[in-house]
Design a protein around this ligand. Structure first.
Ligand code: NAP
Length: 281
């Protein structure tokens, strides 16, 4: 059994991004830039924003931070996005989720210029992904694909089970596995007999936010277990895969923390670089 080291792969991706930026900017071009918008003072969101800023620094990306109060209106936020959309110095725009109740997240997603949509949540980018011609890949699923690639895990012809069908993880994850010729099943809260679907899977990507949902008796020997889930339980982070009971049967397994989590930010850096190349190069 191999424990997949997301921290190491994430560091490798960030180094690749940093090196490419160094070359691109050596002729005096401005550095890529990422605008991160945070509305309110949710402590978890503040940590995510801080980590994104750190990753930007490491990669040579200028990070621009915009903080709005928790009582900001939707139109205030949309106005800021419009400004960032038309600012030629801004390559990527990321609005940290979740947003306060008075703001409709789907209006915000749709307002971001698709060429600056480094989260790849805009309907245009979602459509391109499902049509097989993506410009940006959604960060978490793209991070999973990179982990599979780094560890030489072939997807073609494999039975792949994605547990969860959210717009940010499950659905795009299924699209990426399908694009690599996996035979993909998507499970959700109405799925009957998850256990037999899991037992038949060569690759399981668990993204349902239910700690320990995938247990050892649900797993085929040698299966690849990718755990996207992150839930805080009694102060500790727990994944959707029960690591202890699954590790002895799996061929490959990602830990939580230190598996998929670090990949998400690394892929965001990659997308910011891709946006920069579109705008500047
Ligand atoms: P979400 O929007 O809450 O979606 C959860 C999905 O799981 C839904 O599709 C839901 O089905 C399904 N589900 C719930 N209970 C289930 C069950 N008993 N059996 C099968 N499916 C079930 O969550 P999300 O945003 O996709 O995130 C999922 C998890 O990944 C969370 O723990 C989140 O914190 C984590 N996450 C991690 C990263 C990272 O960087 N590592 C990034 C994003 C998210 P229905 O559609 O039927 O409700």
């Amino acid at each position: 059994m191999t424990v997949i080291d997301g921290k190491a792969v994430s560091a490798k991706v960030k180094t690749e991004v940093a090196e490419e930026i160094k070359v691109l900017c050596s002729g005096g071009k401005r550095a890529p830039s990422l605008a991160v918008v945070l509305v309110g003072d949710d402590p978890a969101s503040q940590v995510y924003v801080r980590n994104k800023k750190k990753a930007c620094e490491l990669c040579g990306i200028t990070s621009l931070e915009y903080l709005l109060g928790g009582d900001a209106s939707e139109s205030e936020l949309l106005e800021l996005i419009n400004r960032l959309n038309s600012d030629p110095e801004v390559d990527g725009i990321l609005v940290q989720m979740p947003l306060p109740r008075q703001i409709d997240a789907s209006n915000v997603t749709k307002a971001i210029d698709p060429s600056k949509d480094v989260d790849a949540f805009h309907p245009e980018n979602v459509g391109k992904l499902f049509l097989g011609a993506p410009e940006f890949l959604p960060c978490t699923p793209a991070g999973v694909m990179r982990l599979l690639k780094e560890y030489g895990i072939e997807v073609c012809g494999k039975n792949c089970l994605v547990v969860g069908r959210s717009n940010i993880v499950g659905k795009p994850m299924a699209a990426l596995l399908l694009a690599e010729n996996g035979t993909v099943t998507v499970a959700h809260s109405k799925t009957k007999d998850l256990k037999s679907l899991a037992q038949n899977a060569d690759i399981i990507v668990a993204a349902c936010g239910r700690p320990g949902m995938i247990a050892g008796d649900m797993v085929k020997p040698g299966a690849v277990l990718i755990d996207v889930g992150i839930t805080r339980v009694d102060g500790a982070l727990k994944g959707d895969v029960d690591f202890d009971s699954c590790a002895e049967k799996a061929g490959f397994i990602t830990p939580v923390p230190g598996g998929v989590g670090p990949m998400t930010i690394a892929m965001l850096m990659k997308n910011t670089l891709a946006a920069y190349k579109k705008h500047v190069c």
